[in-house]
Write a protein that binds this ligand. Structure first.
Ligand SMILES: [Zn+2]
Ligand SMILES: [Zn+2]
Length: 555
């Protein structure tokens, strides 16, 4: 039976290029998950977009002397190109700077306001006398009162993940001029989060299928007490407050950006020709999975669910499989220190599947993990080239050389062949189970285990010898190997979509692996059917690039 799945992917700030940490933390896991469910025949909607508002974009624009529109348009175009080249398959990747998003975010505001969940109050805000302006969240920084980390922003500490208020910060300074701001009273709107505390705790405690780090963090956060939060700011860039007399204020980005999942679904529905289609994913029987890095957890397990509870009639998240961090060569990735592997730069020089593979094998699902170029080269050469690529290459070469490029006739199967075919089916099922539980590393490992088993089988059966002494046995071995490769291409397709499609064509099949679906018929390749001559799936990499890439990172 077909299931409905919403894959909601965290919105990147459109103020800089994507690096491998973003890919491993958010986009690749979401894509693997979505591809699998589509292959399975489930009804998937995968949406996200550029977060065009918020102070990261305006700060970046001010630094470069351009408009915020210039900044977000540039990165929106770049992200779309990244997704295409890396095979990240969004149904819609939009931006928050659309009329549709403004309308949906304002509707959320008005409904919550009408129901008493948003109220007006005076608050003190940092005001810089030098720059003569209020300083919204990221325009101030100081020391985190919880963990004493130095570079905490006005809205959140990146080190301990706590959300913050500027007045909590120690040694607060203006990020524009470096002077300490004064605090002035100004009127703002607040989200009455405190009323949802008990309801959210009860809900989160029941989510036994959540990752323990996500669930424990959320419970701890809620048990610490939920405070009302200001949702408007004195800035000019963003979604206007839809009430008369507040034209100078904008919705705070954390309030409007999370509405993006809903507004993007509505935009997708409108462009699909059925304007009501979004309701299937938000009001009907549908499981919503939210993919993100761990710094985004409270916005998706507390704030967004509170808004949804207040709004009423929209589905809460089913799962929030947030990832820990990916480090690079043992150190935390840093945009400001340029300690990163940038996605466009990588894709200009290397193929997409090896990156997808190495990151998938090393996803920071339960703890921080590390990317190193040494590991990249090792996994590429030992696992992709020597194990997987070589299996496909030698089997297809022997079929071409010894059986006129046609699928050989297996005759009667022996025990060892039957066992391998049974293992293939079992492993395909395991990969599916693991992906459904969002244990993507384990899914990949189960799939690659089949490539290893097939290589052992080939070494044991040695068809290159048998072809001279017992051609029927060589035919049997190669038929079984082709069938297993046909299974492998499906099992690994969510992870290695480009390579899977190449194998599909080399096996002489029409269409794509994705379209062929999540199933395997061991008898699909019938004797006599032609196969193609193999071309290499992966390129062996020179170890010298390890040093060259290390130089490139440290600049
Ligand atoms: Zn902190
Ligand atoms: Zn200042």
């Amino acid at each position: 039976m077909s299931e409905r799945i919403l894959v909601a992917v965290a919105w990147p700030y459109a103020n800089g290029s994507a690096h491998i940490g973003h890919i491993a933390g958010t986009y690749l896991p979401a894509d693997i998950f979505a591809r699998y469910h589509r292959m399975k025949g489930n009804d998937v909607l995968m949406v996200s977009g550029s977060d065009a508002h918020g102070t990261p974009v305006t700060i970046s624009a001010e630094e470069r002397g351009v408009t915020p529109e210039d900044v977000f348009s540039q990165y929106q175009a770049e992200f779309l190109d990244d997704w295409k080249r890396l095979g990240i398959t969004f149904d819609l990747f939009t931006t928050t700077h659309t009329d549709n998003h403004t309308r949906v975010a304002q509707d959320m505001f008005l409904r919550l306001h009408e129901k008493g969940y948003i109220y007006k109050d005076a608050m003190v805000q940092p005001f810089c006398l030098t720059d003569n302006r209020y300083l919204a969240d990221r325009y101030v920084e100081g020391t985190c009162p919880h963990c004493k980390h130095g570079g905490a922003r006005g809205d959140q500490c990146d080190n301990c993940g706590r959300t913050l208020d500027p007045k909590d910060l120690i040694d607060l300074v203006c990020k524009i001029c470096g002077n300490p701001p004064e605090f002035r009273e100004t009127e703002h709107f607040f989200l009455r989060l405190s009323v949802f505390e008990e309801q959210l705790l009860e809900w989160v405690r029941k989510q036994d299928h959540w990752r323990s780090n996500v669930r424990n963090f959320t419970i701890g956060f809620l048990e610490g007490g939920l405070h009302d939060r200001a949702i408007t700011r004195d800035i000019s860039w963003g979604v206007p407050v839809p009430l008369e007399g507040y034209e100078g204020k904008r919705l705070y980005v954390w309030f409007e950006a999370v509405v993006g999942y809903l507004s993007a679904s509505i935009e997708w529905a409108e462009s699909s020709g059925n304007a009501d289609a979004w309701k299937d994913y938000w009001q009907g029987d549908c499981r919503a999975y939210y993919f993100m890095g761990k710094d985004n957890i409270p916005f998706h397990t507390i704030i967004w669910p509170a808004m949804l509870l207040g709004y009423e009639g929209l589905n809460l998240p089913y799962d929030v499989p947030a990832n820990e961090y990916l480090n690079l060569e043992g150190f935390k990735l840093s945009t400001s220190r340029n300690w990163a592997v940038w996605v466009p730069d990588y894709l200009d020089r290397y193929d997409p599947d090896p990156l997808r593979y190495v990151l998938s094998a090393n996803l920071p699902e339960t703890s921080d993990s590390d990317f190193s170029w040494r590991e990249y080269v090792r996994r590429n050469n030992d696992e992709l080239v020597a194990t997987f690529g070589n299996l496909v290459h030698r089997v297809l070469s022997m079929v071409n050389r010894n059986f006129d490029g046609k699928v050989p006739d297996p005759g009667e199967l022996d025990d060892v062949s039957r066992e391998l075919l049974d293992e293939a089916q079992a492993r395909l099922d395991t990969v599916g189970t693991e992906i459904e539980a969002v244990r993507l590393r384990q899914g990949l490992s189960a799939g690659m285990g089949l490539a290893q088993a097939a290589n052992r089988y080939l070494d044991q059966k040695a068809p290159w010898k048998a072809v001279k002494e017992d051609k029927a046995d060589a035919a049997r071995t190669l038929w079984v190997s082709l069938a297993v490769i046909n299974c492998l291409k499906t099992a690994l397709c969510p992870y290695l979509p480009f390579s899977s499609d190449k194998i599909h064509l080399m096996l002489g099949l029409e269409g794509s692996t994705q379209d062929a679906g999540w199933n395997w018929d061991r008898n699909q390749l019938a004797p006599g059917q032609p196969v193609e001559k193999p071309t290499p799936l992966f390129v062996k990499l020179d170890e010298e690039l390890i040093e060259a890439e290390a130089q490139r990172i440290s600049g």
